[in-house]
Design a protein around this ligand. Structure first.
Ligand code: ADP
Ligand code: AMP
Length: 213
């Protein structure tokens, strides 16, 4: 099963993608996580990506598409995957579609996690991330057992640089301009499914399971 998660930054794509990955035993592929790992390791890709990310902009398609196609070509993706944060532009969606077509394959579902802009800034300022293992928490809605510490790996939790309110506004603008058109793109292909992302995360997950079967 090949799934795409769509939605504004902070809608809960990553939270749901991790739960989907576990339930269906498929890898969770997040381009944002791949960039953050590169930043942490000081790679050239990380250095280039960080400039765009900190400004709330998208990393250029030339950099993003290659890392995604390399990742999904790996052995563990042979039986499917859940993409979180990719595609974010129509050209990215077209490249993915063409690459899959060459293999006689296609995306099965594009799930749009729908959350209005009003809720997003609050969600993002409360998000705490573990940069070591990628786990995500929310200080009010989904707190870690011990404040500031990751339940999974014990590392320190941080407020991401790009989750500061002024950057979040920019990211929302970029989302509406460049990513939201993907809703029509996948509606035309009859694979778009929408869920109400304002519900409790377990309820959102149940709605997604009802779609995926
Ligand atoms: P995205 O991957 O779409 O950017 P995340 O999954 O990281 O979003 O979620 C953004 C923030 O909102 C995180 O702090 C997360 O813990 C929290 N969150 C996710 N889903 C819900 C939900 N259904 N209700 C309340 N908070 C949520
Ligand atoms: P995320 O972790 O998905 O919220 O992504 C964090 C940031 O990484 C985004 O705001 C972008 O700057 C960058 N990024 C992640 N995925 C993509 C993508 N598919 N295309 C362009 N930029 C991306």
């Amino acid at each position: 099963m090949k799934i795409i998660m769509l939605g504004a930054p902070g809608a809960g794509k990553g939270t749901q993608a991790k739960m989907i990955a576990e339930k269906y035993s498929i890898p969770h592929v997040s381009t944002g996580d791949i960039f953050r790992a590169n930043i942490k390791n000081g790679t050239e890709l990380g250095k280039q990506a960080k400039e765009y990310m900190d400004a709330g902009k998208l990393v250029p398609d030339e950099l993003t598409v290659k890392i995604l196609l390399d990742r999904v070509a790996q052995e563990d993706c042979a039986n499917g995957y859940v993409l979180d944060g990719f595609p974010r532009t129509i050209p990215q969606a077209e490249v993915l579609e063409d690459a899959l077509k060459k293999l006689g394959d296609q995306i099965d579902y594009a799930i749009n996690v729908d959350v209005p802009d009003e809720n997003i800034v609050r969600r993002m300022s409360g998000r705490r991330a573990c940069l070591k293992c990628g786990a995500t928490y929310h200080i009010e809605h989904i707190p870690p057992k011990q404040e500031g510490i990751c339940d999974t790996c014990g590392s320190e939790l941080v407020l991401r640089d790009d989750d500061k309110p002024e950057t979040v506004q920019k990211r929302l603008q970029v989302y509406h301009e460049q990513t939201q058109p993907l809703i029509d793109f996948y509606t035309e292909r009859n694979i778009l499914k929408a869920v109400d992302g304002t519900k409790d995360m377990k309820e959102v997950f149940n709605d997604i399971i009802a779609i995926l079967g």
